[in-house]
Design a protein around this ligand. Sequence first.
Ligand code: TXA
Ligand code: MG
Length: 378
Amino acid sequence: SALFPTISSPDTQTAIQAAAHELVHNLRPVAFPTETVYGLGALALDVSATSRIFSTKGRPADNPLIVHVSSFAMLHRLLPPQFVLPDTYTALMKHFWPGALTLLFPCDSNTIPSIVTAGQTTVAIRMPSHPVARALIAVSDAPLAAPSANSSGKPSPTRAEHVQRDLEGKISVILDGGACGVGLESTVVDGLQPDGAIRVLRPGGVTVEDIERVLELEMASPPIVLVHKRDYRDDALEAAPTTPGMKYRHYSPAVPVHLLCTLSVPPSSTQPVNIASYLDSLKASSPRPLKIGVLAPTDSRFATYPLPSDGIEWLRFPLGPSAEPAVAAHGLFDGLLTLERQGADMILIEQIGEEREGLAFMNRVRKAAGESIWLKMD
Ligand code: TXA
Ligand code: MG
């Protein structure tokens, strides 16, 4: 069936067998590619295996994990016997599974250890589409709990080299599947609330526009789709670390990240600082030339802005044309990690529109920039 992965190379098969052995017999986590980002997987139903995910990443115990399945049969074995799939989930799964969509389900506490859910009453589950991820789960014959394969707080890895640099010595198997197609994490959706609404807890690889389109296509009376923090707030959710970046610093390289405002929509409530004067003050206080990394669309206003070349070496990582936010999403974490590796003292990221993949892009960028100042061009 189309839901079973096809892995033809014998080398790949051998590597997957070795990774499955590490998971199932040694109960140790392995890194593997998914279509979103690289994951650090361990047997989801084994407490000692999953606890090693937290220790390897330095992940706070109150941040729950996503459980990855390779088939609908595996999904149903995880769910409480009396649970009936909402029609919204049936529609979303039809279009987006396997793929970059994570759904919340009621947690069957007889099956799923509370370490996976951080003691919550729901469990997040996703069926990845990457053939290596699917094969690894199928060969292990067990659902895998897997966060992104980075040290807690760092940008998520989108290439095997990123994982190696970050977790070298801490894990013994990294399956190399090349660059991840999407480049940022899955969309996390809660459709379990009594009002039937679809709540996007974390924007990601599946866009809100596509979720709305599919629900309108499949349902006679489609539910409303609400994006957390854009369309509604949830004090309990914001106090609990159930959605990335609510409580902990996220996606941050070792160097400061500043956001460059180029659109009329203000990126935050704080007043942006003029970039030219900011760069002047940086140069004045730096004994050596600065290296500044830039993540910006190739056709943006910033791309043609006259940047000072004395005292500053510019390292550019292009994010593709601004009409294609999927390309920007694909390049964001790769760009942050690449510029950091190239020795940037600071990274500037240009604001993009929050349509389609731009919503997830800006969500990650805000978290990477944290409380740092925002820059503007005039
Ligand atoms: O694309 C992805 O989702 C990647 C790949 C490896 O699948 N995984 C990933 O995992 O991004 P992680 O741990 O970096 O982010 C998972 C997030 C958690 O931070 C948490 O906020 C949310 O999913 N989550 C997990 N279980 C939840 C739950 N029961 N309720 C609300 N949010 C939950
Ligand atoms: Mg993560």
